[in-house]
Write a protein that binds this ligand. Structure first.
Ligand code: ADP
Length: 372
């Protein structure tokens, strides 16, 4: 038992780490016959942070409501710390929730908002518990303010403190930083990570913003039309996406249509829609004649001023510096758009506005999928 733990109070000392493992297995849910979540399974270890990521309408919020107990799934199980909580009402699950619009009570002070969910404590105990929570989110000085007297970021921190007050074993965040401007969002993400490490609360974050997911979560769950496309660490999903959808959704990528024109045990040849052939030093894994797409991340495009072996001509439409990188928008002969990045330094000359260049690919890193 850690007496200095920020959420400790004299009635119910909290364990050093609050989080419990979450297990979602075979969850299905349909609204009026249309499946919103379709056989979803994943595990998040105690103290882990997972982000559910995907385009609008893919089922993220429904999944979160099912975990919270606000929606009972048509099939499947939700387990928390090994206990089956599928039929347990939301209020009995000890889950903290934070939503995009904060949902603070506008007529209550910060102190009252944070203390709202604390029951069974004396006035003095409640005051002490709220003081500790406000210290945790660095808002001690704002205890007597009303929500409207605070900035968006501060209100969001109040919402986090309020969600943490009942000492939840699981924290659910639904697009929690979406309403904040970019700089503040980055601060809040950093702050949230500090809190999360300190408390060890298992956290599920729902977002459509892949940069946010990568910044905050140790595992990403990418959903598409109600199903999990892939789950893994941010770098696993970026480096080894299993589907075209994940490849396009996590990080940037350009998609080149091609046909497999030769395939042997150790090499293959792709004919791009531009007419150029690309020789891969490996099997493509597809039959000869198959229509495929070659997916290329911007950092895997290499630019050359004049033709080199195996290069393709491209027209550079734009080049803009972005910190240590220069971003290029290129067009291939068939009209395919391609993004490229290269490193730049203070002495790097500016690129001409529009000109002809030649490109090759870091083929080891480019991925192939069946044509959609
Ligand atoms: P996301 O959070 O990824 O945007 P949702 O879980 O909100 O996705 O929605 C998944 C699908 O379920 C969508 O097709 C949406 O229109 C539908 N849906 C969500 N909530 C309801 C509801 N209460 N009633 C009927 N359909 C819903």
């Amino acid at each position: 038992m850690d007496a200095t733990h920020p959420l400790n109070n004299t009635v119910n000392p909290a364990p050093a780490k609050l989080g419990e493992a979450l297990s979602v297995s075979g969850v299905i849910h349909a609204y009026a016959g249309a499946p919103a979540v379709d056989d979803v399974s994943f595990e998040v270890p105690a103290g882990g942070v997972a982000a559910i990521l995907g385009p609008s309408g893919c089922g993220k919020s429904t999944m979160l409501r099912i975990i919270s107990g606000l929606v009972v799934p048509s099939a499947g199980k939700i387990r928390l710390g090994g206990r089956d909580v599928t039929g347990v009402p939301a209020r009995d699950r000890r889950i903290g929730m934070v939503f995009q619009n904060y949902a603070l009570f506008p007529h209550m002070t910060v102190r009252e908002n944070v203390g709202y969910g604390l029951s069974g404590l004396s006035r003095a105990e409640k005051r002490e518990a709220v003081d500790k929570l406000l210290a945790l989110v660095q808002l001690e000085k704002f205890a007597d303010r009303l929500p409207r007297q605070m900035s968006g970021g501060q209100q969001q921190r109040v919402a986090v403190a309020r969600a943490l007050a009942p000492r939840p074993t699981l924290l659910l965040l639904d697009e929690p930083f979406a309403a904040l401007d970019r700089a503040l969002r980055a601060d809040m993400q950093f702050e949230f990570l500090r809190l999360q490490r300190e408390l060890g609360i298992t956290t599920i974050l729902v977002t459509h913003d892949q940069e946010e997911a990568q910044a905050v979560a140790d595992s990403l769950i990418v959903m598409n039309v109600g199903k999990v496309e892939q789950m893994g660490s941010p770098s696993e999903l970026y480096d080894r996406p299993k589907t075209l959808f994940v490849n396009n959704f996590v990080g940037q990528a350009s998609v080149l249509s091609a046909q497999v024109v030769a395939e042997s045990d150790s090499a293959s040849t792709l004919r791009l829609a531009t007419g150029n052939d690309i020789h891969l030093p490996r099997r493509s894994g597809f039959m000869r004649g198959a229509n495929v797409v070659l997916v290329v991340r911007p950092e895997h495009v290499v630019l050359h001023a004049s033709p080199v072996a195996g290069s393709l001509p491209a027209r550079r439409m734009m080049a803009v510096p972005q910190g240590p990188l220069r971003l290029h928008d290129l067009v291939l002969a068939d009209g395919t758009l391609l993004k490229a990045t290269e490193r730049r330094a203070p002495g790097t000359p500016e690129a001409p506005a529009a000109d002809d260049v030649h490109i090759t690919f870091a083929l080891d890193h480019c991925r192939l999928y069946p044509a959609p």
